[in-house]
Design a binder for this molecule. Structure first.
Ligand SMILES: Cc1cc2nc3c(=O)[nH]c(=O)nc-3n(C[C@H](O)[C@H](O)[C@H](O)COP(=O)(O)O)c2cc1C
Length: 199
């Protein structure tokens, strides 16, 4: 039985069946998400990660905007499955939209020209770390989550609706809420394929 960090890491799973109930007050969930992102490491402590935290009707509005963009692109006879999937996301309590501020990235590229090619990569890595930190923080409180990628389809709608700065690029969307059904089975590749240990 794992303990400590690895027990929490095992608890964090992709939960698709999410509901609107939260075990904490909304303000506490917001603070939990903000703290997880604030404490996430970033290259040169650049803190390039940004987040839009949506709750309740604002969260539902995001998924309704996403659905309308998908309706324009998914063939009508295949739309029922998409419709159902988006409704399942909207049924959650809220979502965190993760962005990376490209102004931070380009300023670093100018300031440290020798690393110019690395900064966009490090920005993506920082975003992944921030996403994982939030996912773990939510899991620790018993809040389920799943991670989606409807960018760039929804970028313009999000920018206009929530007045997002032009330099922020949307990287991922994380739904969160009550766990209405457990995560599915998860397989693991053989450790021999994955790890080399030398000592
Ligand atoms: C970088 C990344 C991108 C992902 N993108 C999606 C996605 O677009 N839609 C989705 O439903 N799950 C997405 N996932 C969730 C993975 O499918 C999931 O983490 C994986 O199957 C392992 O399951 P677990 O999260 O329960 O451990 C993503 C996960 C990662 C790390």
């Amino acid at each position: 039985m794992s303990q400590g960090f690895n027990a929490l890491a095992e608890k964090r799973r992709t939960i698709y069946a999410l509901g609107p109930a939260l075990p904490l007050a909304e303000d506490d969930v917001i603070a939990l998400i903000q703290t997880a992102i604030r404490n996430s490491p970033s290259a040169f402590n650049s803190q390039s990660s940004r987040a839009l935290i949506l709750l309740g009707e604002q969260h539902k509005h995001f998924w309704s905007l996403t659905k309308e963009q998908l309706r324009k692109r998914v063939p009508a006879d295949a739309f029922a499955a998409t419709d159902k999937k988006i409704d399942s996301f909207a049924a959650a309590a809220g979502s965190v939209l993760f962005f990376e501020d490209q102004q931070v990235v380009s300023e670093l590229q100018q300031q440290f020209a020798a690393y110019a090619d690395n900064f966009p990569v490090w920005s993506e890595q920082s975003s992944g770390i921030a996403q994982y930190a939030v996912w773990l923080a939510l899991a620790e409180k018993g809040i389920g989550a799943n991670l989606q990628h409807y960018n760039p389809l929804v970028d313009d709608d999000v920018r206009q609706t929530w007045n997002i700065p032009a330099s922020w690029t949307l990287r991922a969307q994380m739904n969160f809420g009550s766990v209405e059904a457990p995560a599915g089975e998860k397989g693991y590749i053989d450790d021999k394929q994955r790890f080399i240990v030398a000592r």
